[in-house]
Write a protein that binds this ligand. Structure first.
Ligand SMILES: Cc1cc2nc3c(=O)[nH]c(=O)nc-3n(C[C@H](O)[C@H](O)[C@H](O)COP(=O)(O)OP(=O)(O)OC[C@H]3O[C@@H](n4cnc5c(N)ncnc54)[C@H](O)[C@@H]3O)c2cc1C
Length: 826
């Protein structure tokens, strides 16, 4: 937290070209430079507007702790922690890391259950995450009030570091590896040509570059604007209080996190540093970050923060009598979903970003730099990219109103208990489908995703659509969900799934281009729907979608709403410049109504003159049909495991088609159903959800999707050779398996640990209740170094660990519901 002096020694003459220019000399920029040199790239130039660390890094509290639960976060944090230990020997510059331990407090039953769930996941990931008693907490922290504590969760290996020293060690290491670092150089423009970055314009001259990296922290959005690129991050105030020395506080007391009091505590020069994650935060610099802000502070808003200071003091009562040395407020950047923004920007080739660290920049900085360097060198992400890739963002998320409104919530969420069906409360009602009001009338409870208001479940007539209490158990809507699920299995349901992404690819070369991108063969007759994955060069899945041939030269692509930006970018990126194939985004052009269930054909027959019999309109085919007065595209597909149809309705016909379907369904037991039902139905049928069950690190082979890979199709496809090598390299080390708990009571949400014959073999990616099969179900990869063969998987007995209690489970490589797929082909 000390300000650094200008390091003139860094400043040599600015080169006119470099392979990579990194903009921003905070912890992230320096870490990327360091890691690029470790991969052998020496022609690396880092430019910093003022002095290294002068943005956010200099005033960080230096917590180096391991967030539990999420695999990638744990990987980035543990890597950073270990790097902090070795950098001094390598560079001669200390990082100030000290393993003083990290203690989280659970003071309510809800937090206790949440932490115990996390503990199971954390231990699986190798974190030494120990549950300790209130008496042990008291022993570690005699000054803490412990009467309300139910348990502590302690990680002895975690600790603190000096953020400035760590950054300087990274910068020194980078320079030792050949990188050049320049201070007092501001980037004022980004040069580009034909959709590709070509260099930067600085206040001291231009630098031509193959690759430019935006690690400008709070300024990341402004720098993105210079390049015409959307970097949706927003600065917000973050506070800590520093006290005078306090008797009994010593340098080795562990860091405490007290979620219920929105605060964290650690020693600082014999006194305490008390930091805050207040539930309602204050965005800062909404009109742009001041140009000259360096080693800057924000005037604290005492009135707003005082209530939080007071409740924090109750945890360490001596604080009430301690002298306050400083109430510090500094800005940090936050993103709409709380994840960092990393990777190549969708709008501009070779323009990378690593910004929006959401308070985790120091403790994950090493890992972020390592991943970014590998990403830049290889051209694809070396880890599960779903929660870090900038390509998950949408253009509307870069609007000032959206960012300001959402940021009020994101900082506070760091210390809030997030239940599985949590939905953001800020920046709502952004995207509504054309029949939103009708669905609300029908009882929809809306959740939020990608800005869309998405029906989650429906309350029956006369009942308010409201979550009474978030819990890990059965919530008030569980019975409504059960009814929706049953209606799909026995009668018919109607879902509005308009939030799916929809693209047209048209032109003479459409088939050729798509066949190169898709692992399945799309050279099919007109009217055929093809389920396929898109792979990267390594054979990892980057998308999971359907491609439907509407005409010789026209395809319709449907993928999950979450991957809109990514999939559109991937498509455009892989269409050669000289190919005759045009991509059109038609997401907003269609309302997507999904009619599923054994009575769906009966329902549709009442509305159409088209022959929709199984013989003329079989499973996985598409037709233009009439629905009363409307002409719609109808696909006979299912994600629920039943006979069903998707109606792509031109938006202005939405209300008419919706009302027609509702009326026709009256005597057929039609129910509205939401996304919770979609999830429970698809898990019973073991249909996978990209981004939840599988990601870019998995191939179709592990996921059990080999049936959708056509190795022998003419011309091959992206990732084919790598996937073939993988296939021929011996038995798979892990495979997707479906699980059903034998006890109908417990619920599963994902992240629970899988035991086979008493040994941990994996964890659940997702979970939901299988109402037809009568128990909680989950999808998870089972790992076995010597081969996750059919014999291995079928030959064991399984248990699933929920909060430390193991429940017997059935495991299956084939869907437990309708394994032969008979219901979908009737
Ligand atoms: C009060 C507080 C406490 C914190 N405590 C912790 C903690 O305990 N642990 C933790 O892990 N994280 C903590 N953080 C978060 C952490 O400090 C940040 O995540 C991290 O410093 C971000 O690093 P960065 O490199 O992305 O950004 P910065 O450090 O802001 O670096 C960006 C740099 O880019 C430069 N720049 C901007 N525009 C240009 C341009 N056009 N040309 C050239 N240079 C430019 C800026 O001058 C700046 O130096 C804390 C944050 C705050 C506010």
């Amino acid at each position: 937290m000390s300000k650094v002096q200008p390091s003139k020694k860094f400043n040599e003459s600015l080169p006119s070209r470099a392979q990579v220019v990194i903009v921003g000399g905070g912890v992230i920029g320096c870490s990327i430079a360091y890691h690029l040199t470790k991969l052998g790239w020496q022609d690396v130039v880092l430019v910093e507007r003022k002095q290294l660390t002068s943005g956010t890094t200099w005033h960080a509290a230096g917590l180096v702790v391991t967030p539990s639960g999420d695999e990638l976060s744990v990987e980035m944090s543990t890597y950073t922690r270990e790097l902090m230990k070795t950098l001094e020997a390598e560079t001669g510059q200390s990082t100030g890391f000290k393993a003083i331990g990290y203690l989280q407090l659970a003071c309510t039953q809800e937090w206790l259950e949440e932490r115990r769930r996390m503990a199971v996941a954390a231990r699986r990931l190798g974190i030494n995450y120990q549950e300790i008693s209130p008496a042990e907490v008291k022993k570690m922290w005699p000054l803490a009030e412990t009467s309300d504590i139910l348990a502590g969760f302690y990680t002895p290996e975690d600790g603190r570091a000096n953020p400035v020293d760590f950054t300087m060690a990274l910068a020194k290491g980078a320079r030792m590896g050949g990188a050049k670092i320049f201070e007092e150089i501001e980037v004022v423009g980004i040069n580009k040509e034909n959709g590709r970055v070509t260099g930067v314009v600085t206040d001291k001259g231009e630098i031509e570059a193959e690759i430019v990296v935006n690690s400008a922290g709070l300024w990341g959005r402004q720098l993105g604007n210079l390049a015409g690129v959307n970097i949706p991050l927003q600065a917000a105030e973050h506070y800590y209080l520093l006290t005078e020395p306090i008797e009994g506080v010593h340098a080795d007391v562990p860091i405490i996190e007290d979620f219920g009091r929105y605060s964290y505590f650690r020693e600082e020069v014999g006194g305490l540093l008390v930091g805050f994650f207040e539930p309602v935060a204050a965005p800062w610099g909404v009109d742009g970050i001041p140009k000259d802000f360096a080693f800057g502070e924000i005037n604290p808003d005492w009135d707003r923060m005082m209530p939080y200071v007071e409740i924090a003091m109750e945890r360490i009562p001596v604080l009430k009598d301690a002298g306050i040395h400083k109430f510090f407020c500094g800005p940090e950047s936050f993103t709409p979903d709380g994840g960092p923004l990393m990777g190549e920007t969708p709008e501009l080739k070779n323009f990378y970003v690593a910004a929006g660290l959401n308070f985790l920049g120091i403790l994950q900085g090493g890992g972020v730099g390592k991943i970014m360097a590998q990403w830049i060198v290889d051209g694809y992400c070396p880890v599960d990219s779903l929660h870090i890739d900038i390509a998950r963002c949408f253009p509307f998320q870069g609007t000032q109103k959206y960012l300001t409104d959402r940021t009020v919530e994101t900082l506070g969420l760091q210390y809030q208990l997030i239940y599985p069906n949590f939905a953001n409360e800020t920046a709502r009602d952004v995207r509504k489908t054309a029949i939103h009001e009708q669905l609300a009338q029908a009882g929809a409870f809306f959740t939020e995703g990608m800005g869309w208001e998405i029906p989650d479940w429906y309350a029956p007539a006369g009942v308010e659509a409201k979550v009474e209490k978030y819990t890990w158990g059965r919530q008030n809507w569980f019975k409504y969900l059960a009814a929706e699920h049953k209606a799909c299995r026995e009668d018919v349901i109607l879902m509005d799934v308009t939030s799916m992404s929809k693209f047209l690819v048209q032109g003479r070369d459409a088939e050729k281009v798509l066949n190169n991108i898709c692992a399945n063969n799309v050279a099919v007759p007109v009217g055929k729907v093809v389920y396929t994955q898109w792979l990267n060069e390594r054979g990892g899945m980057v998308a999971d979608l359907t491609v439907t041939r509407l005409a010789e030269d026209k395809y319709f692509i449907v993928s999950a709403g979450d991957f809109y930006t990514h999939d559109l970018m991937w498509l455009k990126k892989h269409i050669p410049a000289d190919a005759h194939a045009m991509v059109t985004d038609v997401t907003s052009g269609y309302t997507l109504l999904n009619i599923q269930g054994p009575k769906s054909r009966d329902l549709l027959s009442k509305l159409t003159s088209a022959d929709i019999s199984n013989e003329t309109f079989p499973y996985m085919s598409a037709r233009d049909i009439d629905v009363n007065y409307a002409c719609v595209q109808c696909f006979r597909v299912t994600y629920e495991g039943e006979l069903g149809y998707e109606l792509y309705v031109p938006t202005e016909f939405s209300a008419h088609v919706y009302e027609s379907v509702v009326e026709a369904g009256q005597n057929l037991g039609l129910r509205h159903a939401g996304f919770q039902a979609l999830n429970s139905l698809r898990i019973e049928k073991a249909y996978l959800e990209y981004g939840h069950d599988m990601d870019n690190m998995d191939t179709p082979l592990e996921a059990g999707l080999s049936f959708a890979v056509k190795f022998d199709k003419p011309g091959g496809f992206i990732g084919r050779d790598a996937l073939l090598r993988h296939k021929e390299s011996g038995p798979l080390k892990y495979r997707m398996v479906q699980f059903l708990l034998e006890d109908p009571e417990p619920l599963l949400y994902g992240n629970e640990v899988i035991y086979r014959d008493g040994v941990i073999v994996g964890y659940l990616q997702t979970g939901a209740y299988g109402f037809t099969l009568g128990g909680a179900m989950g999808m998870g990869f089972v790992e076995h170094e010597d081969g996750a063969t059919k014999e291995f998987i079928n030959g064991g007995s399984y248990e699933i660990d929920i909060t430390g209690v193991r429940f017997p489970a059935r495991a299956s490589l084939r869907p437990m519901y309708d394994p032969k797929g008979l219901k979908i082909r009737v």
